[in-house]
Design a binder for this molecule. Structure first.
Ligand SMILES: CC(C)(COP(=O)(O)OP(=O)(O)OC[C@H]1O[C@@H](n2cnc3c(N)ncnc32)[C@H](O)[C@@H]1O)[C@@H](O)C(=O)NCCC(=O)NCCS
Ligand SMILES: Nc1ncnc2c1ncn2[C@@H]1O[C@H](COP(=O)(O)OP(=O)(O)OP(=O)(O)O)[C@@H](O)[C@H]1O
Length: 480
């Protein structure tokens, strides 16, 4: 049985076996490993870096926390990792009262922890932290997946106060590179890594201009990591976000479903995001039923359909040629006016939705028929010859239309807006301005992602998109 928490006490002897001890922690713990140094083991910067680097490799799933203080009293049940027992330690002499640092701290990782550990080691009273938000995060890769700022602040404060011995952690959102560092006069030092020294210099320059004291600049080394796709050589939040593609990010909804109904997944995505590619792959490789709502919408415009009539009534009869909607003319009206697009959507979505429901009904009836013929029982998740019956509703505007609210789960495919514009220009022969117009008539990637359970990104090679889909399907099969 795994215990949640563990404690590893390091001294000058067992520190040689650090990797082995961390590997053993990985097999016996499920959540968090506290590490505490005994008095005969000095706390050097090299050791702190080594602990976090080795943890990232040997026990990547554990939240490793090197303590500056003694073991947090609030946690009672630890599993001891290794043989060493904690010996009494003297309180560390703190060099400063107030220390500042900044960062985005998305998916708090071991590189961040080195920086936070340093601040906790140096400050006796306040550890002031600026956590980037809004325009500060927009240029980061996969920024749409960055955790909400309130969540990042909560995580950072919880971590710092857990490892420190009494210092307060005061964190706030920042929308420029200075934040509280140029507002609070009696700060004494700033902690940065090798890559953010320039930021600390800029802080000191501004403090100087404002007649404030200069901050000591404390530098920590970067913790290495490797990500060939993003070309990263350090542990980074961008890589963590990339690793989260194809992984369930939010719990799925419990939708009441009869045993002979398929499990339905919504597949959303903006223009040229790679939806159809992923839909096709889900169908061909994984055998899912995929309903392409874009194609369905086209069939709603067939001669004699009720949609032609409704659009004619709403937008005026000169939008019709021989009773059929002139889609080019309609496009020129709705793509330059968001409220007109919304009005059109209100007419089209119910039609598409009922056609999609009809298809689900028909294919369900077909599968049930097959099952009955073979005299096989219908199992909980509608498994036919070991294939789970899953239907994907692929629709660009799935979330705008609110359909995701009635589905068990929604997946979103996205590419950064600039790449989508580039693809539309290339594929649809539109000008850049027209492509931007089409894009801005839809909700943003961020809005879509915030309403989804799982995210796919088609920015890199096709194999990479497919690997994300495979990961998503593997987990789905275990989950349902
Ligand atoms: C503008 C800032 C705050 C933006 O932070 P950034 O987006 O880079 O944050 P991120 O979450 O990626 O990293 C936070 C900090 O951890 C460091 N870090 C990130 N990865 C690693 C790693 N693998 N190893 C060691 N340190 C790491 C970063 O260098 C940074 O110092 C920052 O880069 C900066 O310039 N800092 C110096 C000035 C400052 O602190 N300003 C705000 C004061 S309130
Ligand atoms: N790695 C990739 N994965 C998926 N599509 C990619 C990738 N790289 C480039 N593309 C291209 O992106 C374009 C859009 O893909 P696709 O047609 O699947 O998107 P879509 O979201 O269905 O678009 P729309 O809704 O606008 O029809 C295609 O031209 C496709 O070739």
């Amino acid at each position: 049985m795994h215990s949640k928490y563990g404690l590893l006490v390091l001294n000058s002897k067992n520190v040689q076996k650090l990797k082995q001890l961390l590997t053993s922690a990985a097999t016996s713990l499920s959540s968090r490993l506290y590490i505490r140094l005994n008095p005969d083991q000095p706390r050097t910067d090299e050791l702190v870096s080594k602990i976090y680097l080795n943890s990232a490799n040997s026990c990547p799933k554990l939240d490793v926390r090197l303590l500056v203080s003694d073991i947090p009293g609030k946690i009672e049940n630890y599993t001891a990792i290794g043989e060493e027992k904690p010996e009494k330690i003297e309180k560390i002499e703190k060099k400063y009262k107030k220390v500042v640092l900044g960062g985005t701290f998305d998916r708090l990782h071991n590189g961040h922890k080195v920086l936070l550990n340093k601040a906790a080691e140096l400050a006796s009273d306040d550890i002031v932290i600026g956590v980037t938000d809004k325009e500060m995060i927009l240029k980061k890769s996969l920024f749409e997946m960055i955790e909400p700022v309130e969540f990042r602040i909560k995580k950072v404060v919880e971590f710092v106060e857990d490892i420190s011995d009494g210092a307060k952690c005061l964190a706030e959102p920042i929308t420029d590179p200075f934040g509280p560092s140029t507002r609070i006069k009696d700060l004494e030092a700033i902690v940065v890594s090798r890559e953010t020294i320039k930021g600390a210099d800029a802080v000191n320059k501004k403090r100087n201009e404002q007649g404030m004291t200069q901050l000591d600049i404390i530098i920590v080394e970067l913790i290495e990591g490797s990500d060939e796709i993003l070309n990263e050589t350090k542990i980074s939040s961008s890589s963590k976000r990339r690793e989260d593609l194809g992984v369930l990010l939010r719990p799925v909804r419990r939708v009441p479903r009869e045993t002979d109904r398929p499990y339905i997944i919504g597949l959303a995505g903006g223009i040229a995001s790679g939806k159809s590619h992923s839909g096709k792959y889900l169908k061909e490789k994984h055998g899912f039923d995929v309903i392409d709502c874009d194609k369905l919408a086209h069939t709603c415009y067939e001669k004699g359909s009720s949609l032609n009539r409704k659009i004619g009534e709403h937008f005026g009869s000169d939008i019709l040629i021989d009773g059929i909607v002139d889609r080019k003319k309609l496009g020129s009206i709705v793509f330059s006016d968001k409220s007109k697009l919304r009005e059109l959507s209100e007419l089209v979505w119910p039609e598409v939705k009922s056609k999609a429901a009809e298809i689900v009904e028909k294919s369900t009836a077909k599968v049930v028929g097959k099952i009955k013929k073979k005299n096989v029982t219908v199992s909980d998740h509608f498994i036919i010859s070991n294939v789970k019956f899953i239907t994907v509703i692929e629709a660009a505007a799935l979330i705008e239309a609110g359909w995701h609210k009635s589905l068990a789960e929604t997946w979103t495919v996205f590419v950064p807006a600039e790449e989508a514009v580039r693809r539309v220009v290339e594929r649809d022969n539109l000008t850049k301005e027209q492509a931007i117009d089409r894009m801005s008539s839809q909700i943003t990637n961020k809005e879509r992602i915030d309403s989804s359970n799982l995210v796919l990104c088609s920015l890199w090679k096709y194999e990479e998109t497919r690997a994300q889909v495979d990961r998503a399907v593997n987990d789905l099969m275990k989950r349902i």
